[in-house]
Design a protein around this ligand. Structure first.
Ligand code: PLP
Length: 293
């Protein structure tokens, strides 16, 4: 496809004319996966690794030539139990034989999500007893932010500089790195960023603030751990101002820090917990978890 401007017209005033070159049919077998990847898969990076992977098992990935790679990235915290964990594979097979999808808008009782919601709540403090499932982490963040605004009737949302919370518009608005956001403004209004681990910045959390969303351990920012009881001070400030504390454990939850949830190590609790990634053992799933009021 070629995008052209009509001759003699200026860029500002012209109407773009789309012309289509005839497509030459290429049987898929004439192109290698690498060629197909570069030609037809929208790229997220200017310089992709281009490592071709055919299968993965446990901590290893294997190329088409049988070459073995130790997977130190694990999908950024997705493959927490390794690739193709037998229990995950067994659960998928079991469900495939029953049904793939039914309406999910809360009308039909389905055992798998109900049982998963129960299992999740068993790992959490008793007030976190209602689970809303999503397909990804960023959607779970969207849900948590909306819930906080709706429950408090407030509009201000606070997050940390250098935080990463996802790439949809709401999650991007609370993401703390300008590089991710520059091209998409305007984003959500009434967002403020504070410094992670900075006690004086906690004063910016006020009675106007619906919620603060924070990674219990910052991931994208370079594995930054809360220091000197910072999370306890944050918890206290939220209780004082009636602000909801949303903990984003999409990357640091599900055993990444040694306890099931990272917040367990800091003696605090969230009002809303957001999780995804490792939760699916390779399947796309997320959730936000809050009190069933
Ligand atoms: C802390 C954190 N929050 C949210 C997200 C977004 O999750 P997803 O990529 O599943 O949309 C990520 C992804 O890397 C993340 O690390």
């Amino acid at each position: 496809m070629e995008l052209r401007l009509r001759a003699g017209h200026t860029l500002a005033s012209d109407i773009a004319v789309l012309t289509f070159a005839p497509r030459i049919f290429l049987p898929i077998r004439m192109l290698t996966p690498r060629q197909l990847f570069l030609r037809h898969q929208a790229q997220t990076s200017d310089s992709p690794l281009l490592l071709e992977i055919e299968r993965a098992e446990g901590v290893y990935m294997y190329g088409p030539d049988g070459r073995r790679y130790l997977d130190l990235i694990s999908g950024i915290g997705v493959s927490n139990v390794g690739h193709r964990h037998p229990k995950v594979i067994q659960a998928i097979h079991h469900q495939l034989d029953k049904y793939l999808h039914l309406m999910v808008y809360g009308e039909l009782v389905q055992a798998p999500p109900a049982e998963l919601a129960h299992a999740l709540t068993q790992t959490l403090p008793p007030h976190l007893d209602a689970v809303y499932f999503t397909n990804s982490g960023t959607e779970a963040v969207e849900g948590a932010l909306k819930l906080a605004k709706r429950h408090t009737g407030r509009t201000e949302l606070i997050s940390c500089h250098r935080a990463y919370h996802g790439s949809t518009h709401g999650a991007l608005s609370v993401t703390g790195s300008e590089g991710f956001k520059r091209s998409y403004r305007p984003l959500l209004p009434d967002i403020r960023h504070i410094e992670f681990n900075d006690f004086t910045d906690l004063e910016h959390i006020t009675e106007r603030t619906a919620a603060i969303i924070i990674e219990t351990v910052q991931g994208e920012a370079g594995v930054r751990v809360p220091e000197n009881n910072y999370l306890q001070a944050l918890r206290k400030r939220c209780l004082y101002t009636g602000t909801l504390l949303i903990l984003d454990e999409i990357q640091c939850g599900f055993g990444r820090t040694g306890s099931f949830w990272a917040f367990e190590q800091f003696g605090i609790w969230p009002d809303i917990l957001v999780c995804a990634k490792g939760m699916g053992g390779g399947m796309p799933i997320g959730a936000f978890i809050a009190p069933n009021l």
